[in-house]
Design a protein around this ligand. Sequence first.
Ligand SMILES: Cc1cc2nc3c(=O)[nH]c(=O)nc-3n(C[C@H](O)[C@H](O)[C@H](O)COP(=O)(O)OP(=O)(O)OC[C@H]3O[C@@H](n4cnc5c(N)ncnc54)[C@H](O)[C@@H]3O)c2cc1C
Length: 479
Amino acid sequence: MRLEGCFEIDQPQSLVWQKITDHSLMAGCIPGCENIEQVNDKTYNATIAVSVGIIKARFDLTIEVTKEIEPNEVHSRTSGQEGKRASMVTSENLVRLVAIDPGNTRVDYISDVSVSGRLGKYGLGMMQKQTGKLAKEFVANFQTAIDPTAPSSPSISPQSTDLSVWQKFLAALELNFGRSQNKVVTSSGTINEKLLSPKNVKEATQMLVAQEDRIPISGGATLVAMLNANLIEPAGLVSLKGIDGLSGITQNKNGSITIGAFSRHAETANSNLLAGSLSGIKNAASKIANPIVRNMGTMGGSIAFADPAADYAPALIAAEAEIEVVSVRGNRRVKVQDFFVDWYKTALQPGDMVKAIHVPKADPNAVGYHEKYARVEGDFATVSAHVILSMNGETCNYIRIAIGACGPVPVRLVEAEKLLAGKSLTKDLILQAGRMLSEACDPVDDVRGSATYRLKLIPQLLLTAVEKAQRQLAQRSPA
Ligand SMILES: Cc1cc2nc3c(=O)[nH]c(=O)nc-3n(C[C@H](O)[C@H](O)[C@H](O)COP(=O)(O)OP(=O)(O)OC[C@H]3O[C@@H](n4cnc5c(N)ncnc54)[C@H](O)[C@@H]3O)c2cc1C
């Protein structure tokens, strides 16, 4: 994987050169890099913590400066391994300075990173999602470090004990790497103590906090694959299977719908309660993977994992859902747009579990449609477009649109919806709204498509979604 980019500093090149050849300072700017120790004038040891969703890793690194070409080029090599485990990381790095004018310098950086071992396959894809964010954090740290007028430059000397934003995040989650007590050996390697089977929600929440690093398991569609790949090492699994009040889709007195967190995708795909404006949720469920995964996976597990390419997220954003979260601290409801926080990151805190998903009463005169473009049938989306559409004759009464797989969280843009509301939905107008959404999205390149390709797909996918929704409305008998 290649990390590449540039940024500008309003300082002369000579000053920037001085800073980039201060290698411990540079290392200190890398998010998650700590315990920096100078071995000789060209070699440093350090540790770096990375965390993507529930995957956490800590690497012991050696950073070696291989070439300095004054006044503007530094080459370095990084190599290291993940604790006592098998993952290895190597990178070849280049930083080049370009003087824009006497007071401004552009810093170009390229880093070719390769990761092998447990993080090499699945984990690398997930880590790749974080690269943009990591690069931004590095740039922010470096800019603060280099600007002598900055009010509080971060302490980034080798002896530094200051925590980067990244480390603070890890500390906030009270992560403790390298725990290895209470493990048993299973066919897939060393994993958890055992599977715990609580009888009710209260017991489940108590079990989750009774020992550090216990996590819930629902359908296991994602989690079991990660355990098998030795990507995660939770201290224990709390099974949510069979718990009363966690399954089933019900209608409340006020017409709103409650979807139990343990409701499997197949059940959601067949629910008659998800009708009218909510029919797109049913539609999204029916487009997840294949019948095996749909019979295993649950809505709670899917949204808790928060894969940015998952199908429910845009559907629930468009439906303006609320997520009911429960823990020993009590119950709370989180608006879905506040629930999805970042790549594989939600508002869930350690000890929390999703209890239910609440969606407001369906509008019987509207229709929901989930359009998904995937490389092959059954794959995660390259791009998805979820629409909820209400028409008044030839005029759009209202529309809600959410785009999935094009950034850390689904994108909803009220301006694009306003552009269409109250108008006849011509092809040109829909494509215009699609282009507005493209501009608001921030996808990354990955195995399912490049960022550029995804952005180009959005307007066309929106057009298809709206046309299909219109067709469904036209086929309905008048309400
Ligand atoms: C081959 C394959 C293809 C797939 N394709 C798609 C696709 O096209 N579209 C799509 O949207 N998804 C797809 N998925 C993902 C699928 O929808 C999973 O079911 C879902 O991601 C996880 O649901 P689960 O119930 O199996 O969760 P689990 O695997 O049990 O858990 C996943 C994560 O969520 C946590 N968790 C589980 N339940 C809760 C809860 N109630 N509260 C808090 N945390 C919880 C777990 O601790 C774990 O971290 C695919 C999966 C596979 C294996």
